[in-house]
Design a protein around this ligand. Structure first.
Ligand code: ACO
Length: 220
């Protein structure tokens, strides 16, 4: 039986809170930080403008896109992310590029005990894509989770149609492990997802070093 995760004083758990970066990629300098209540306006503005870019890949949820992504809905989402992080169940990060809000990357469903596993999910604003941002963010998060975060395995599930996301995982050397049929309710229907994973044994020197060696990122 997996022992329950204790709620630590001050919301501290392995690897949380954390600030990660700074990796220079083609798009700029990528850093990861905690979400802030004050992200409401930029978060909402970005997501409302990027509906076509994001909606096909995100879990179906109640309400319209406008309702779910209004600045008024951010405090509730921020508070949920913070509560899950304080309970050791998630590591939620905002991605910044050159100090500006550029997306989110979240490690979720953290299970410890003899599993020590979680999933990772991400989005990057359309104005900043194809510049290596998501690849750098995933590398930073994986290395953090496999060291200070104390995790052994990270999974990423992706719709087969999501070519940019598949490319991110390919560049990082994630292993495809199979197909999860009708896995997740995305954009109004149950969608098949390809399952990718890494364990610590796959990346003894970390993913950031892999990116640096490949010339895909530089320490700023
Ligand atoms: N077909 C094939 N490759 C493509 C395409 C395409 N249509 N469009 C872009 N690419 C490539 C890019 O050229 C780049 O590869 P390269 O470095 O070899 O040139 C790669 O895909 C993207 O790599 P990054 O630049 O590191 O990623 P980016 O910062 O652009 O973010 C992301 C990728 C997160 C998928 C972004 O497009 C996005 O937010 N999409 C909408 C939301 C989404 O799909 N999130 C992921 C869901 S799955 C998950 O979370 C596990």
């Amino acid at each position: 039986m997996v022992p329950p995760v204790p709620v630590a004083a001050g919301g501290r758990h392995p690897g949380w809170p954390a600030r990660l970066g700074r990796l220079r990629v083609a798009a700029g300098v990528v850093e990861l930080r905690k979400p802030r209540l004050t992200d409401a306006a930029v978060w909402s503005r970005t997501r409302l403008a990027d509906r076509r870019h994001l909606e096909s890949w995100e879990p179906t949820a109640p309400g319209t896109w406008e309702e779910r992504n209004s600045a008024l809905s951010w405090p509730g989402q921020w508070s949920t992310l913070r509560a899950l992080a304080r309970r050791g169940m998630s590591l939620p990060f905002v991605i910044t590029v050159d100090g500006r809000f550029a997306g989110q990357i979240t490690v979720g469903n953290v299970v410890r005990g003899s599993l020590c596993s979680a999933w990772v999910g991400y989005w990057v604003a359309s104005g900043t894509t194809s510049g290596g941002v998501a690849t750098a963010a995933v590398a930073l998060v994986v290395d953090h989770c496999f060291t200070l975060g104390g995790l052994h395995r990270l999974e990423a599930t992706v719709r087969p149609e999501n070519l940019p996301s598949l490319r991110v995982l390919e560049k990082l050397g994630f292993r495809q492990e199979g197909v999860f049929q009708r896995y997740l309710d995305v954009d109004g229907a149950w969608r098949d997802h390809l399952c990718f994973a890494l364990t610590t044994e796959d990346v003894p020197n970390g993913l950031v070093s892999r990116l640096l060696t490949a010339g895909r990122a530089h320490i700023d």
